[in-house]
Design a protein around this ligand. Structure first.
Ligand code: G3P
Ligand code: MG
Length: 346
């Protein structure tokens, strides 16, 4: 353990273990903090019987805004400062693909926000469904752009635009229109808008920022999410073309996402706490067995670091049901989860 400089009274920072938190259904529901979340974060920031602070990161499948904007929201909701250096959302790893493709179709989220995220990642030419509808209004017979959308969208030269890849960054606000446009691209000749392939096997690749079929909001029952759109699109493609569609999803439970999280945690521990060795154990607190618990358990099998899964009962997982992917520990709330982790380490 190392003393944290400049803290009064002197605080001990654990250099041995760390925490990683899922957000929706663990800390936040429907834009509001889960009450125990605020106590949980105070606890790991030193308000515990051991006077210890524990380094932590956030790992959410959600997105739709820049990491900086998401951190500002989260800081306000949880009443403490959260830095982009300790934050990964579903689309964060997509930034590593920005140099691979020239023109991309970016789908999902509010207004222009996802275009701004994608451009911030370095994607050079970002086309949105709004651009396509503005250019050809009969693309989506029942979807009209609002005045604001029309103003923000760009006119395209449909004869020259070639979509090299499709990225679903955040939840679609208009499933019918977005699926129509995605389907048009997938069925095109090598991504040339307005063309139709004869074989339906030359369309651009499609990436989703995660695959959560359901997620936890303010409603008492889970709501359908991006994984549901993915399943719907695959079924639609099969129904229309007779062919199977291959899609790729980022986010949890993908191993790449946990590798990314390991690198971020290492960097965060070093930059903000001066710790240069890897943690012995990372406790991951999540509410969705299929993404949080599955990913943590499978990554634990491959990693030198012990990744320890904790399932909470405040989100997708419902007490009394049998999760398909069982956690090492189940707790009522995130507050119970952090107390368990800190006590287990002492
Ligand atoms: O759309 C976000 C949702 O599917 C999951 O978010 O924080 O529970 O990973 P989170
Ligand atoms: Mg969750």
């Amino acid at each position: 353990q190392v003393a944290t400089p400049l803290s009064t009274p002197p605080m001990i920072t654990s250099d041995d273990f760390a925490l990683a938190f899922d957000i929706d259904g663990v800390l936040i529901r429907g834009g509001q903090p889960i009450p125990e979340a605020i106590d949980a974060l105070k606890y790991i920031n030193g308000e515990n019987p051991y006077g210890v602070t524990v380094p932590y990161i956030f790992l959410t499948n959600g997105g739709g805004k820049t990491e900086k904007e998401r951190c500002l929201d989260l800081s306000r909701q949880l009443e403490l400062e959260i830095s982009p250096g300790q934050f990964i959302c579903g689309h964060t790893p997509m930034r590593e693909m920005a140099q691979r493709y020239g023109t991309v179709l970016v789908v999902g989220g509010e207004g222009e926000k996802c275009r701004i995220v994608a451009e911030g990642y370095g994607f050079k030419n970002v086309v949105t469904p709004g651009d396509i509808i503005k250019t050809r209004h009969d693309t989506t017979p029942f979807r009209k752009l609002t005045e604001e959308e029309y103003e923000n969208s760009r006119n395209l030269d449909l004869d020259s635009v070639r979509i090299e890849a499709i990225f679903v960054f955040a939840d679609s606000r208009d499933w019918a229109g977005d699926q129509q446009i995605i389907l048009d691209c997938l069925m095109s000749k090598k991504g040339h808008l307005g063309t139709r392939s004869e074989t339906f096997d030359e369309g651009p690749p499609i990436y989703f920022s995660h695959n959560d079929v359901v997620w936890s909001t303010s409603h008492e029952h889970s709501r359908i999410g991006m994984g549901a759109l993915r399943a719907s699109l695959e079924a639609l493609y099969k129904a229309v073309t007779g062919k199977d569609l291959t899609t790729v999803a980022f986010g949890k439970p993908q191993m790449g996402t946990f590798q990314f999280a390991t690198r971020l945690l290492q960097q965060w521990r070093s930059d903000s706490h001066g710790i240069d060795k890897p943690p012995s154990t990372v406790y991951f607190v999540g509410d969705t067995p299929e993404s949080d618990i599955r990913g943590t358990n499978e990554f634990n099998e491959k990693s030198d670091i012990d990744w320890f899964s904790i399932l909470v009962k405040t989100g997708v997982y419902q007490d009394g049901t049998i999760p398909r992917f069982p956690a090492k520990k189940t707790c009522n709330t995130v507050f119970d989860a952090v107390k368990f982790a800190v006590e287990r380490e002492h």
